[in-house]
Design a protein around this ligand. Sequence first.
Ligand code: NCD
Length: 305
Amino acid sequence: MRHLMSPLDLSVQETDKLLNLANDIEKNPEKYAHACAGKKLATCFYEPSTRTRLSFEAAMLNLGGSVLGFSSADSSSAAKGESVSDTIRVISCYADICAMRHPKEGAPLVASEKSAIPVINAGDGGHQHPTQTLTDLLTIHSLKGHLDNLTIGLCGDLKFGRTVHSLIHALIRYPNVKFVLISPEELRVPSYIREDVLAQNNVPFKEVVRLEDALPELDILYMTRVQKERFFNEEDYIRMKDFYILDKAKMELAPKDMLVLHPLPRVNEISTEVDDDPRAVYFKQVQYGVYVRMALILTLLGMEV
Ligand code: NCD
């Protein structure tokens, strides 16, 4: 039985296979429409979510399976003090696979150790978000045609943004990938990513504060929201929240074939005037998120179609 806690739980080969499966699902949805008939997905979300939870549910429904779950800690027995280890033992009796989001780093991992069914980390605190990364990889691969030879700008809250942490882990495995880390001084990537992941693997990267300086050289711009819920005080959040605003004027500085991704939700960091720019692919990215989660469910359940 396999779980997915980090993008590194899948080898590059397995990741490529999963992305190909997602592309086949996109082209031939009817072929997969009953693949999970009789199977159940539990979504255990202890933290707010729109896309991740609903895209998991849509994915399972598209595969002909069913879904059950809860969408906040208050509406589950966590409010009574139940541990995730106990909860997952119980969920194992009701469902065949579980997607779990939790504000504490490592909580889905703890759950997976006691689980009788595959557990997917749907975001654990400021740590990792592997299925968003699979979504991002599928988006880039489908629209650019490759995952190697790319200069990727990651912009915004690189300290608390778990999507950024997972994406860096996944992308350094492809040849000739370079990063431009664009953030205010206070929201730089954690040192364990800078030292142990980037520097240790000799991945070229630079850290800049001004988005304008980075734009001309980017193949991909990955915008992120300042993670309000992870700040210790509101004042710091307010000072940081509008640090970056991508607008039409800034898009003029970017290459004609650069893609703009964003895991969403967007707050102010991308002006809505950018939405009509053909380079803005963050809503397409949402659709890819469904295909890739369908592929992941099939893979972890070991269903051959
Ligand atoms: C992200 C998350 O939850 O980390 N959202 C998502 O799953 N698409 C990004 C965010 O909340 O900023």
